[in-house]
Design a protein around this ligand. Structure first.
Ligand code: DPP
Ligand code: ZN
Length: 843
C-alpha cells in the first residue's frame, strides 16, 4: 500500500468549470453519464488523471471525439488538449452489490450515496479531491417517487428529476437519494427574510419519528445566525434517514444524509441520550454548511479544519441549549475514553496528520475531539471577542475556498497580532501532554509551578513545549474565591506564576473547565481535592475533584487492598444531598472513572493491570456508594420522578438521570422490585431501558429481556439497544458467550453497521469482558472482523481500535491478542483500511 504525505501536496492542473451528471438508476446496472468542462491551468500536463474505482467504462469522448484512456485500478489517464475541453464519459456501476457503503449503494430498497472522503470515484471518473470545486447539475431517471440531489430542484416528476447546485463544491459533498420515501416538512425564515423549505425524508412508517429532528434543525439554523452570523444559502434543505450507514451523518450540500439512528426519534423508542445525540448531530451537519462546505479543506490532511471547528461549534450549541457544565463534563469523559487511548498508544497521530494510507482511518477522536479542544484553547487564549472577529474574517476572506490550518491560524494572527507559531504545535505534535503542578507559599506570596512533558512517539520524535492555557482560580480556606478564574499562559517546559497580596495560603483550582487536553498530575496537598469537591465554584473542577478522589481510592483498593476512601464517600454524600445542584450534574458525580482509565493509571504506576480485579473493585465501590448513600437514595429516586408528559429537554432528562442513577444504586441493596415496577409502567424508552439495565446488572432481567424483544422486534433501532444491552451488562466470564449467542440470532444482520456495532462494539466496550482471561472475546472479535472486512472495510477498520491498548496488559493476554491480530493480518485480500490499522496497532 502507498503512503500519501502532506509535504507532497500538488495543486490539480485543471479547473473544473461545470459538471453535469445523468443517472439512469438500476439496482445492478446503473448508468452514469458525465459532462465535465475542464480548463487547463498554466503549465498543465498533457495528460489528465481522473480517479475511478469499480467502474466499467462504456464510452469516453473529448470534445465529441472518442478517446481510449489507459485504465488502472485507481483511475484513468488520458491525453488532453492544451485548451479548455469537454470530457464526456459513461460508466456502469452496481449499487446493489456495493456493501462497502461508499459511493452509490442501496439500503432497504433505496439508493443513497456516501462520498466523503473518496467515494465519488466509485460513481464516475473525476478529480476526486477537495480542492477541486465545481458547480453540479444532476439529472436522475428511475422509477421512484422521490429523487433527490444537492441544491435547488429544477424540475421533478415521478421517475425523473433535475437538480442544480449553484454553490461550487468538491465531489465529496455530492449526494443522490432515490426511493419510496415520505417527507416531514416545515420551513424556516432566515434573518434576511428568505424562506427555506425543510424536509426530513424517511421510509413509510417512520413519519412519527421526525418532529424532534426538525425542531433541532430549526434551532441550529437560528443559533448559527445569532452566534456566528451565518445564514443558510439555498431555498431548500433536505435530510434523509438511511438504515445502512458507516458513520453518524454526512453534510452533503443541501442534502444531508443521516444514519437513521442519528435522526429518528420518539419518546417511546429513544432515550434522553439519543435525543441529545440527535440534536448535536443535526446541528453538527448543519453547521458544516459554512465550516466545511462554503469553506472546505484543501486536502484530507486538513480534515480538522472543518471537523475540529464544527465539533467545537456543535458543543457550543449544546451548551447553549442545555447545561454548559454538564456538556463540558460529558465531553471530557468522552475525550478521556476515546481520544486519550488513541493519543497514548500505537494509533497516535497529530490533529493534522502528515501521512496516511487510507484516509477513512483518520476520522478519529484526535481529529474531531482533540481538534475541537485546540479551538477551545485558542478561544481561551485570545478571548471571546477576538475569537468572534477572527471567525468573521475567516468567513469573509475564505468563502468559496479550499483552505489549510495555516489559513485558519492566520486569521487569528491578523486579528490579534499574536504569533501563533508555537501554538501551532498542537496541530503537529501527537500525544497527550502531562502537566505537573506544585505550589509554594512564602510570606504572602503564592507560587504555582508547572512542568509540561510530552512523550516522544513515532510521529513526534522530538517534542517541544506547547502553549497551554491553564485556567486557574484561588480559594480561601473558608471556600471564598479570592482570585477569580484567569488564564495562566504556559509556554515553557517549566514555568511559575506568582500571586501577591493574599492574606492566607490559598487552595488552588487549576485547569478549570479542563482548559487544555492534558493529563494533570498534582503534587498539591491531597486534602485539597476533598476541599474542592465541597467548595469549588467551578462546576467542572468540582466534579473533577470527585473523580480524582474516586480514582485514587480505586487504585488503592486495587493495589493495596485498601478500604474505600471515607473522604470521597462523605464528599459524594454532601453533593448528592445538595438540592441546589442540577440533578444531571449530581448524577454525573456518581460515575466512576472508566476501567480502561484505571488500566492506564496502573501502567503508569508500574503495575500490571488485572481487568477482572478492576471490574470487581469497581463493583465493590458501587456497593459502598449505595451503602453510604442509603439514607438518601430512595428519596432521591422519588423526588426526581417526572410526572408531566415526556419531553426530551434538559430539565426532565436531568431529573430522570438522577432518579435512574439512584435506582441503579438502590437496587444493589434493595433488589429488583423498584426497577421491575419501572420497567412495567414506563411510557418512554429512557425509563424502560434504564430499568432493564439495572435488572440485567443484578442478573434479574431475563423475563424483561424477553418482553422487550416481543414488544420491539419490529423496530430496528430499538432492537440495536436490545442486542447491545445484553453484552454490556453481561458478567465478564459470560460476555464473549453472550455476544457469540447473539450473532446467531436471526435478527443479527451483520452487514448493517448499526447492528454489527451493537454487538461487537459493545463487546469491545465491556472492558473486563473483552479482556477476560480465556481470550474468547479476542477470538470472536477476530472471527467477525475477518468476515466483515471483504464486505465493509471501513466499519471493520474502525472496530480494530478495540485492540489499540493491547500493550498495557500482561504477557499472556498480549500473546493471545497478537495471535488474533496476526490471524486477521494473514487473511488473503485484507482491505487497505484494515491492513493499515492493524499494522499500526501491531507495531
Ligand atoms: N463529515 C462527516 C461528519 O463528521 C463524517 N461522516 O459530519
Ligand atoms: Zn463533521
Amino acid at each position: 500500500p502507498t503512503t500519501i504525505y502532506l509535504k507532497d501536496y500538488q495543486p490539480f492542473g485543471f479547473d473544473v468549470e461545470n459538471v453535469e451528471l445523468t443517472f439512469d438508476l438500476h439496482p445492478t446496472k446503473t448508468r452514469v453519464k458525465s459532462r465535465i468542462s475542464f480548463v487547463p491551468k498554466p503549465g498543465a500536463p498533457a495528460q489528465i488523471f481522473l480517479d475511478g474505482e469499480n467502474l466499467t467504462l462504456i464510452s469516453a469522448r473529448i470534445d465529441g471525439t472518442s478517446v481510449q484512456p489507459v485504465i488502472s485500478a485507481e483511475g484513468l489517464t488520458c491525453a488532453v488538449p492544451d485548451a479548455p475541453f469537454l470530457w464526456e464519459a459513461e460508466v456502469e456501476i452496481d449499487p446493489e452489490n456495493n456493501t462497502a457503503l461508499e459511493g452509490l449503494y442501496m439500503s432497504n430498497g433505496m439508493y443513497c450515496t456516501q462520498c466523503e472522503a473518496q467515494g465519488f470515484r466509485k460513481i464516475t471518473y473525476y478529480p476526486d479531491r477537495p480542492d477541486v470545486m465545481s458547480v453540479f447539475s444532476v439529472e436522475i431517471n428511475g422509477p421512484h417517487p422521490v429523487l433527490l440531489s444537492n441544491g435547488n430542484v429544477i424540475s421533478t416528476s415521478r421517475a425523473h428529476a433535475k437538480w442544480h447546485d449553484p454553490w461550487p463544491k468538491p465531489a465529496y459533498l455530492f449526494a443522490l437519494v432515490a426511493g419510496d420515501l415520505v417527507a416531514h416538512s416545515d420551513s424556516f425564515v432566515t434573518a434576511s427574510g428568505r424562506n427555506v423549505d425543510l424536509n426530513l425524508y424517511v421510509r413509510p412508517g417512520d413519519e412519527g419519528k421526525c418532529a424532534f429532528g426538525m425542531r433541532a434543525l430549526k434551532a441550529s439554523m437560528k443559533w448559527d445566525e445569532e452566534v456566528y452570523g451565518r445564514e443558510y444559502d439555498l431555498d431548500l434543505f433536505n435530510i434523509v434517514a438511511v438504515d445502512d450507514f458507516n458513520m453518524g451523518a454526512m453534510e452533503n450540500k443541501g442534502l444531508n444524509v443521516f444514519n437513521s439512528s442519528a435522526v429518528l426519534a420518539s419518546p417511546e423508542t429513544s432515550t434522553d441520550e439519543n435525543f441529545l445525540r440527535i440534536e448535536a448531530i443535526i446541528a453538527h451537519e448543519y453547521f458544516h454548511n459554512w465550516t466545511g462546505n462554503r469553506i472546505t479543506c484543501r486536502d484530507w490532511f486538513q480534515l480538522c479544519l472543518k471537523e475540529g471547528l464544527t465539533v467545537y461549534r456543535d458543543s457550543q450549541f449544546t451548551s447553549d441549549m442545555r447545561s454548559a457544565p454538564v456538556k463540558r463534563i460529558t465531553d471530557v469523559i468522552d475525550l478521556r475514553a476515546r481520544q486519550f487511548p488513541e493519543d497514548q498508544g500505537p494509533l497516535a497521530h497529530p490533529v493534522r496528520p502528515e501521512s496516511f494510507q487510507e484516509i477513512n482511518n483518520f476520522y478519529t477522536a484526535t481529529v474531531y475531539e482533540k481538534g475541537a479542544e485546540v479551538i477551545g484553547m485558542l478561544r481561551c487564549l485570545v478571548g471571546a471577542e477576538a475569537y468572534g472577529k477572527a471567525l468573521d474574517l475567516y468567513f469573509e476572506r475564505h468563502d468559496g475556498q479550499a483552505c489549510t490550518i495555516e489559513d485558519w491560524l492566520k486569521v487569528f494572527e491578523d486579528t490579534t497580532g499574536r504569533d501563533l507559531s508555537q501554538f501551532k504545535r498542537w496541530y503537529s505534535q501527537a500525544g497527550t501532554p502531562r502537566l505537573t503542578v506544585r505550589d509554594a507559599w512564602y510570606n504572602g506570596t503564592y507560587i504555582l509551578s508547572f512542568t509540561q512533558n510530552l512523550a516522544a512517539s513515532e510521529t513526534t520524535p522530538d517534542p517541544q513545549p506547547q502553549v497551554i492555557p491553564i485556567v486557574t482560580g484561588l480559594l480561601s480556606p473558608s471556600g471564598e474565591e479570592v482570585v477569580p478564574s484567569q488564564v495562566l499562559e504556559m509556554t515553557q517546559a517549566t514555568q511559575s506564576f506568582t500571586f501577591e497580596g493574599l492574606k492566607e495560603r490559598p487552595v488552588p483550582s487549576v485547569l478549570r473547565g479542563f482548559s487544555a487536553p492534558v493529563v494533570l498530575e498534582s503534587e498539591l496537598a491531597a486534602d485539597h481535592t476533598a476541599f474542592l469537591l465541597a467548595h469549588d465554584t467551578d462546576p467542572f473542577n468540582r466534579w473533577e475533584a470527585g473523580r480524582s478522589l474516586a480514582r485514587a481510592s480505586l487504585l488503592k483498593m486495587i493495589t493495596e487492598g485498601a478500604a474505600p476512601d471515607p473522604a470521597y464517600l462523605d464528599g459524594i454524600h454532601a453533593v448528592m444531598g445538595d438540592a441546589t445542584l442540577d440533578p444531571a450534574y449530581r448524577a454525573l458525580m456518581l460515575n466512576l472513572p472508566g476501567q480502561s482509565d484505571l488500566v492506564k493509571s496502573l501502567c503508569d504506576m508500574g503495575e500490571t493491570p488485572d481487568p477482572q480485579a478492576i471490574w470487581e473493585v469497581c463493583r465493590a465501590m458501587s456497593h459502598v456508594q449505595a451503602e453510604r448513600l442509603q439514607d438518601i437514595l430512595p428519596a432521591l429516586f422519588d423526588a426526581h420522578q417526572v410526572t408531566e408528559p415526556y419531553e426530551p429537554n434538559a430539565d426532565q432528562s436531568g431529573r430522570r438521570s438522577l432518579a435512574n442513577a439512584a435506582l441503579r444504586l438502590v437496587s444493589l441493596i434493595d433488589g429488583p422490585d423498584r426497577a421491575r415496577a419501572q420497567f412495567t409502567s414506563a411510557d418512554n424508552m429512557t425509563q424502560q431501558l434504564s430499568a432493564l439495565g439495572v435488572l440485567l446488572r443484578i442478573n434479574e432481567g431475563a423475563d424483561e429481556l424477553a418482553a422487550f424483544e416481543q414488544q420491539w422486534k419490529h423496530d430496528r433501532l430499538v432492537m440495536d439497544k436490545w442486542f447491545g444491552m445484553q453484552v454490556i451488562h453481561a458478567d465478564p466470564d459470560k460476555t464473549a458467550a453472550t455476544a457469540a449467542r447473539l450473532t446467531e440470532h436471526p435478527d443479527f444482520n451483520w452487514k448493517n453497521p448499526n447492528r454489527f456495532r451493537a454487538v461487537m462494539g459493545s463487546l469491545a466496550a465491556h472492558h473486563a469482558g473483552f479482556h477476560y482471561a480465556d481470550g474468547q472475546s479476542y477470538d470472536l472479535m477476530a472471527d467477525w472482523l475477518i468476515r466483515l472486512d471483504p464486505v465493509n472495510p471501513q466499519t471493520t477498520a474502525r472496530m480494530c481500535a478495540a485492540f489499540q491498548t493491547w500493550r498495557r496488559y500482561d504477557d499472556r493476554r498480549q500473546q493471545k491478542i497478537a495471535a488474533a491480530l496476526d490471524r486477521i493480518l494473514a487473511t488473503p485480500g485484507l482491505s487497505r483500511d484494515t491492513t493499515e490499522m492493524l499494522t499500526r496497532i501491531r507495531g
